[in-house]
Structure formats: C-alpha cells, structure tokens
Design a protein around this ligand. Structure first.
Ligand code: MG
Length: 404
C-alpha cells in the first residue's frame, strides 16, 4: 500500500475485571472498591477513554458482577461483557466480544492497576509499530533471594536479577494474532482436559510462546497493581493532585414575608427574599463556587429554575449535591469562604448557627469554613435594602489528570 494510503491503526482496550481480588480484603472485589472516591475499575477505564489513540474500551466482569461493573462505569462510553473462570478465559472471551469492532490492535489491561500514565500507553502503542506485541515492564533492582527451609522463612540462595523484569499492563498486541494465540492455547488445553493448569500467566507470555516477538517498553511505578489491603494507601500516594478554586455570586430581591433564609438558617426579618427556591443567596453562591472549581457549570444547569421540583426547594440539597459531585470526582473540599452583603438583617448574631449549618450540610466533606458580612455603606441595591447579595470562594483538592 502506498504510504499516502496508510491509515492509522484502530486500537481497542480490553479491561480485565472478572477476578475476585480476595487478597485485598473486604467483601467487595477490589476492582469495585474506591480509590479517592472512585471505583478502582473506573480509574483505568477513564484513562483509556481519554487516550486519543484508543477507539473502543471493553470490560469483562464476572457473571454475578455485571451490575457492579455497570454502576462503577456509569456514564462512560464503555461496553461490558462476561468473563471466564480464569484470567486467560476472560481474555479469550473479551477478545471475541470485540470481534465486531475488528480493531487492528488491542491493549489488555488489568483493572487492579488504576493509574495509567498516558505516556506509558504511548510507549506500548509506539512499540507495536516495530513488533506484534509490547509489554511495559520495570527492571528488577532489588537483589533476589530464594527462601526455603522452615516455613520458607530462611534464605537458601541468591537468584541473579540480571535480565529480570516486572511485567505490567496494558500489554499491546496485534489483535488477530492475539486472538489466534488464545484460541490455539484454549484448544490445546481443552483437548488435554487441563483447563485448570493453563500454563502462561499473562498475554505477553502466551503470545511469546505462540512464536511472536514481544518488545519490552519502560513501565511506570505508578501503574502498580493493587493486591494487598495496604496497596490502596500506597497507590493513593501516586495520585497527582491540584488545588482548584471557584467563585460564586448570587442576588435575591426582597419581597413579602417574615424571614429570610441565609446559609441554611431562617432569620426573622420584616421582609422575605423572592426566588424559585428558598432564595438562600449564601447557599446559592457557595454551591456555584464549588461547581465553578469542579468545572461543572452553574447551579441553574443542575437545578433548572423552570423545573417545578425546585419550587420552594430548601437550598441545602443544592449544596449537598455539589459536595457529592466533588466526592465523585475523587476530590475533597479544602476551604469555603462566604460573604453576605446587606444592610439588614444583622448577620453577626447568626454567624455561629450559619457556620454550624454549613458544616452539617457538607457533613464529612466539612472543610475550613468562613463566613463574613458587610454592608455597602448605603450604596447600590443592597444599600437601598432592595435585596441581599452573596459572594463565595471554594477551594478543592482534585486529581490532576494532566500530571499523570
Ligand atoms: Mg439564587
């Protein structure tokens, strides 16, 4: 084919999530447990979806875990199939489930490796230009000892580490060749009735045993496999974080009534504030500040004023929703600062109650909170006592994908 006609190869990613992961502890298989608020499986699915060279992401889950997988991947453009009893069977079934997409290449990834640096995916795909298989790996640097004797707790000898690598995923392959290798391997073992004793441990080894070259490319320590209970804390240390701030501003006019809602507290006043909801400017400004830091639009997009559900709604639910979105993004709220702008009512006597209420609404997200009040020296609409304004600043700590 002339070079001008060459097309960019299509790449599918197959994520293996059919294991039970009992060593990591807990009742839930580890791929569904949360790392910084997000199921382990979702982290790598998002990383693969984000990569511009990956055209399709498919997940194989255990037959009984389909709903768990669907919940963990909610909202993502990912298909879910059922895996098999062993890792190899899951790969073989997953490859078949990708048949209709006929990708040129496939990346096989382990759901227990949540952090997937984009540069590592680049290296695996780059190596596939030169070999039909590619495996990211880290050179063994610790000296190796063979244990034995009583309970295997005594050193019996040394194992040379030269030429030894720790294999990681995603491993990349020519799709058709990997399919053929898995089918042939399955056929051979099926005929020998040796289903349980399938020899190869991963795809790179099975592919190599089938006679294909597998290139080693540099792996990444951050792509560690979560195996033991302590690994959740360890992998969390590799998460890149960024502190992000957002601003909020809101105004509501005075109308009839005998109280105003401010920061979730009803304050007796000669007039009320007019709005579709309870017109709590403090909570609205703070909700917008958090949404702003998240890059999640504004309060009107999440709770449209035209929607009758939010008529006279208590605004604490708006703020709680914003806090929930922060958790779903794997982040947390570090700090909130609210300024109420009015001549009346006086805020000072209610400040402590408002701060306590904000803490209640934000619950376990409760960050450092500050509440201020000011007048406008009689100037402008606030000075003419036509309404109340509020400003808010929120600072969040969020996973920073650009740094991974
Ligand atoms: Mg408002």
């Amino acid at each position: 084919m002339p070079a001008a006609m060459a097309t960019v190869p299509t790449t599918a990613a197959l994520i293996l999530a059919a294991g039970r992961g009992v060593r990591a502890g807990g009742d839930l298989a580890k791929q569904y447990r949360r790392l910084a608020g997000k199921p382990l499986l979702r982290w790598s699915a998002e990383a693969l979806l984000r990569h511009p060279a990956v055209h399709k992401v498919h997940v194989v889950a255990a037959a009984g875990d389909r709903e768990l997988a669907a919940a963990a991947l909610a909202g993502l453009d990912v298909s879910i199939g059922v895996g098999g009893a062993s890792r190899q069977q899951s790969v073989r079934l997953g490859l078949r489930q990708l048949e209709a997409h006929a990708p040129d290449r496939v990346l096989v990834h382990d759901a227990a490796r949540p952090l997937l640096p984009a540069a590592m995916i680049d290296r695996v795909l780059g190596a596939l230009d030169e070999a039909p298989g590619a495996c990211p790996a880290l050179a063994v640097v610790d000296s190796l000892r063979r244990g034995g004797g009583y309970g295997g707790e005594y050193i019996e000898g040394e194992v040379p580490r030269e030429g030894l690598w720790r294999a990681q995923t995603p491993q990349g392959f020519d799709y058709a060749l990997l399919c053929a290798a898995h089918e042939a391997h399955h056929e051979a073992h099926h005929e020998a009735h040796a289903r349980v004793a399938e020899g190869a441990t991963d795809d790179a080894e099975l592919f190599r045993a089938a006679g294909h070259a597998v290139r080693i490319v540099a792996g990444d320590e951050r792509a560690m496999k979560v195996t033991n209970p302590g690994d959740f804390d360890l992998v969390a240390r590799f998460l890149p974080w960024a502190n992000v701030s957002g601003l909020g501003f809101d105004v509501h006019r005075f109308g009839d009534g005998g109280h105003v809602w401010l920061c979730g507290v009803a304050i007796p006043h000669a007039r009320g504030l007019v709005g579709h909801s309870d017109a709590d400017v403090g909570l609205h400004a703070l909700t917008d500040a958090i949404l702003g830091a998240l890059g999640a639009g504004d309060i009107g997009q999440h709770f449209p004023p035209a929607d009758p559900r939010w008529k006279d709604a208590s605004s604490d639910r708006f703020l709680a929703h914003a806090a929930q979105l922060v958790e779903e993004a794997g982040g947390r709220i570090l700090h909130c600062d609210v300024t109420l702008i009015c001549e009346a009512p006086r805020i000072g006597p209610h400040r402590a109650a408002m701060l306590a209420r904000l803490g209640d609404i934000l619950g376990r997200h409760a960050p450092r909170l500050n509440l201020k009040a000011t007048t406008t020296e009689g100037l402008g609409f606030a000075g003419r006592r036509e309404g109340i304004a509020a400003q808010a600043l929120a600072t969040l700590r969020l996973p920073d994908w650009s740094a991974l």
